[in-house]
Design a protein around this ligand. Structure first.
Ligand code: GCV
Length: 824
């Protein structure tokens, strides 16, 4: 409930000093005086903590920090319970023992909290009661959030219990300091095969996690380096644990199943071999000696080249249990990943289907896992694609603990370069009803743990993109309470991160709530999955990259039709892995939702969707819609100039403008590819027709030479021009109407150099730039394809437009095309 107080928030001036994003949603910016006074009146001016636990001390410090920041008041710290008004913190047990006058009888489970205003003999107290010290800290953050959001704090009576007890993040950080699928810089944990000396970023990150109620963090890549268990490294893990502990975050590590052999020197890692179980026991005991509150392990076995129990003909249960048993007496758990599939699958066998793999590998093992084993299941059956159905494995393990794994880092979602708010997608998964045994069983009621692959880095704003922080925020909020709506989460994050200006809030929230659909529209609609280079960087468009290889992410498009027949009737039978009610939803074309039709069925391009459009026309239209929407986002963002601090305004604008250009690259590549394959024209005449576009290869070239681009759809006309000399030029004579025009230059910017470009109209120099962006490719391809728009040029027929390219290193100042469009 937002209170009357909110009205006052809306009137507060936005603080517009340059912000880096480092404070994320915990900025605690000053409230305007009238508003601050309101809260100073409502909140006591002293604070007392009943317990000694370090997490409770953190809670007190955080309250002091937040209230000082927002209200310009430094709470007075009391060593014992004061006789006058105070904020009092403690666990329910401490309240009962040490402050019986408050008569706390309410039972609170671990991590739960209760914010309660109470009066004793006319003295006003705000109690922050936790089920444990973590609960106290979460309560402190909740109170601060209320103040920052403008919620009422006068008569508090707010009890919150987390939906699941285990809410962890996984960081795929390598010991050498790189991060697998991390887009926000290098690791904050590791550098040169060691834990970093300076742990200050880890501490800041732990604070962010704690503010969301996240209580565990696995600090290394699931493609685990066995050395993480070496005697040298364990004390370093302990140092990281010491940094996380004050924030109530347990440390965990990912382990390699072959460690008993590779690290321990045994001649086997067979889970049923007594020497192997003894090795795990001794290793686990060593860890707990160094880290008594160690959380546990994450294990990826028999997947994507990782060794596993199959080496010895053993089961995943054998593997999980041998590691779980020594953890058990210490209270540790093992997350055993359900992401197991064969990446050497025969693509010519029409019955093969990667989507079946998790269920096929695990469902027979239901009930065979020890009770401290949690099977960690990705939201969908493939791999974090732009749209997937819910993994059927969630419905198959009723005698085994399950966790859902969500990917916060935007691997297949434009990495740090595209705005995509993932909460609506996660919410759909969590709400999806598996209908087990004909009873309502949404995924959120099945799972007992929620894990997010976070991968934050050392970049000032953590993710390399201010907007991506919303995904970490949303992950944490949903992990705590899966019933929150995406809108509520987006509104909270936006207000906390960008302030209370309603115009800013509306613009950002609207973008966020539509951004998943927008991204899907230009990267892989109708259940095609992300049409990216799946054997490469998972970033740029490459429609065929997923076909004809063993990775199994096939969309099966050919000249006649598209989509993967996963029906029970004629396909791979994947749909049969669901309960009858869910099966019914997907098995027939009549019932199957349009959004997943090509994931479940192979259909001709002319198949009519429920929307009435043909599949091919939908593909064309959605790509135009998606690209136009991103362009609109950039325009809407521009309207916020002066309402957002300059630094973040400029950085988000640059990101959105880049995204708008990339969306056009995707639009053209996907549409051209399907047009060529299907031979069916776009009913609106857009595909293949680009008024004002002039291919670089058709310009007057000096030094530049044409080169074919692979895959062909990554460049307009399948060809770019590249410069093999010190300097090259491409020129054309303008023949259109006189007037104001925008000139688009589509060029390529990869990682091997910083080329320069200069543009002239006649003898007038009009623009220059360098190709110095951080893009994940070393080639002329769709990932490096970039766009420069020179606005408002007054052109006359006969003008010569000339682009000069100056290569650098291995980067060839390559050009794709120019486009001249009226600016009227
Ligand atoms: C850590 C996908 C990613 C890999 C990742 C793997 C996993 O395949 O591309 O980088 O490996 O998932 O989740 O284990």
């Amino acid at each position: 409930m937002r209170s009357v107080v909110l009205v006052a928030v809306l009137l507060t001036a936005t603080s517009l000093h340059a912000e880096t994003g480092r404070d994320a949603w915990l900025r605690y910016t000053e409230l305007d005086e009238a508003f601050a006074q309101h809260y100073r009146d409502a909140l006591p001016s002293s604070i007392a903590v009943l317990g000694q636990d370090v997490v409770e001390q953190t809670a007190r410090q955080e309250l002091i920090r937040g209230i000082r920041g927002m209200l310009r008041r430094t709470l007075r710290t009391e060593q014992r319970l004061p006789a006058d008004a105070a904020i009092v913190l403690g666990t329910s047990d401490e309240f009962r023992r040490l402050a019986p006058q408050f008569a706390i009888t309410l039972g609170l489970t671990a991590d739960a909290y209760w914010l309660k205003t109470t009066d004793i003999k006319g003295t006003r107290y705000i109690l922050i009661v936790g089920g444990n010290p973590q609960g106290v800290l979460y309560g402190a953050f909740a109170l601060l959030r209320k103040v920052a959001l403008g919620d009422a704090v006068n008569e508090l009576d707010d009890k919150q219990t987390p939906a699941v007890p285990i809410r962890w993040v996984n960081e795929w950080n390598n010991l050498n300091g790189t991060i697998e699928r991390g887009y926000g810089g290098s690791s904050m944990f590791w550098e040169n095969e060691h834990a970093r000396e300076d742990m200050s970023r880890v501490s800041e990150y732990a604070r962010m996690l704690a503010s969301l109620g996240i209580n565990g963090c696995s600090i290394n890549n699931v493609n685990a380096d066995p050395r993480v268990l070496s005697p040298d490294l364990i004390p370093q893990v302990a140092r990281i644990a010491d940094t996380l502990r004050p924030w109530g975050v347990k440390v965990a590590i990912a382990v390699d199943f072959g460690s008993p052999k590779t690290l321990g020197g045994l001649d086997t890692f067979d889970p049923l071999d007594p020497s192997v179980s003894a090795w795990w026991k001794s290793k686990v005991d060593d860890i707990y000696r160094a880290i008594p509150d160690f959380g546990g392990f994450v294990l990826k076995a028999d997947s994507e080249g990782r060794v596993g129990p199959s080496t010895y003909g053993r089961t995943h249960a054998d593997a999980a249990n041998v590691v779980a048993r020594p953890l058990k007496p210490h209270g540790g758990v093992i997350f055993y990943r359900g992401f197991v599939y064969d990446h050497h699958m025969d693509w010519e066998n029409l019955k093969n289907d990667r989507a079946r793999a998790a269920y096929d590998n695990f469902h027979d093992l239901n009930g065979k896992f020890d009770d401290n084993v949690i099977i960690q299941i990705k939201n969908g059956p493939i791999d974090f694609q732009v749209r997937e159905p819910v993994s059927p494995l969630f419905g198959a393990l009723d005698k085994t603990r399950e966790a859902i794994e969500l990917q916060i880092t935007q691997e297949y979602f434009g990495q740090a370069r595209h705005l995509v708010f993932l909460v609506p997608m996660w919410k759909e998964t969590l709400d999806f009803d598996m209908h087990i045994r004909d009873r309502s069983t949404p995924v959120k009621k099945i799972v007992g743990a929620v894990v997010g692959v976070s991968n934050v880095g050392m970049d000032e704003n953590w993710y390399g993109n201010h907007m991506s922080q919303a995904n970490l925020y949303g992950f944490g909020r949903l992990a705590w309470n899966a019933d929150l709506s995406p809108r509520q989460i987006a509104e909270e994050w936006t207000r906390l991160t960008f302030g209370a200006d309603p115009v800013v809030a509306k613009t950002i929230v609207d973008m966020q709530l539509t951004s998943w659909r927008t991204f899907e529209n230009y990267t892989g609609p109708l259940g095609l999955q992300t049409l990216t280079d799946i054997v490469g960087n998972h970033y740029g468009v490459a429609v065929e990259a997923s076909e004809r290889n063993g990775w199994g992410q096939w969309h099966k498009a050919d000249s006649k039709g598209v989509g993967f027949d996963r029906t029970v009737a004629t396909g791979t039978g994947f749909i049969g892995q669901y309960s009858p009610a869910a099966m019914k939803l997907y098995e027939t074309l009549e019932n199957c939702p349009d959004d997943l039709v090509l994931f479940m069925h192979h259909v001709p391009y002319t198949h009519k969707l429920h929307s009435g459009k043909t599949v091919i026309q939908y593909i064309y239209d959605s790509h135009y819609d998606g690209a136009e929407t991103v362009e609109r986002y950039a325009k809407e963002w521009k309207a916020l100039n002066g309402r957002v601090d300059e630094r973040r305004y400029q950085e988000v604008l640059a990101q959105l403008e880049y995204q708008a250009g990339q969306a056009i690259v995707w639009r053209d590549a996907v549409n051209n590819w399907f047009f060529k394959e299907s031979g069916i024209a776009d009913s609106k005449g857009r595909v293949g027709h680009h008024p004002g576009r002039i291919e670089a290869e058709s310009m007057r070239l000096t030094g530049y030479t044409p080169m074919p681009v692979t895959p062909w759809e990554a460049a307009s006309g399948a060809t770019a021009v590249e410069c093999g000399e010190a300097k090259c030029a491409a020129a054309v004579t303008y023949v259109g109407d006189a007037g104001r025009h925008n000139l688009v230059v589509q060029y390529f910017d990869h990682q091997d150099g910083v080329s320069r470009f200069r543009v002239w109209v006649g003898s007038q120099f009009v623009d220059e730039w360098t190709a110095a962006d951080r893009l994940p490719t070393r080639k002329v391809d769709s990932s490096s394809s970039s766009r420069r728009t020179i606005r408002g040029l007054e052109l006359r027929g006969g003008d010569e437009i000339r682009i000069e390219g100056i290569p650098d290193g291995r980067e060839t100042a390559a050009l794709d095309y120019i486009e001249i469009v009226s600016a009227q």
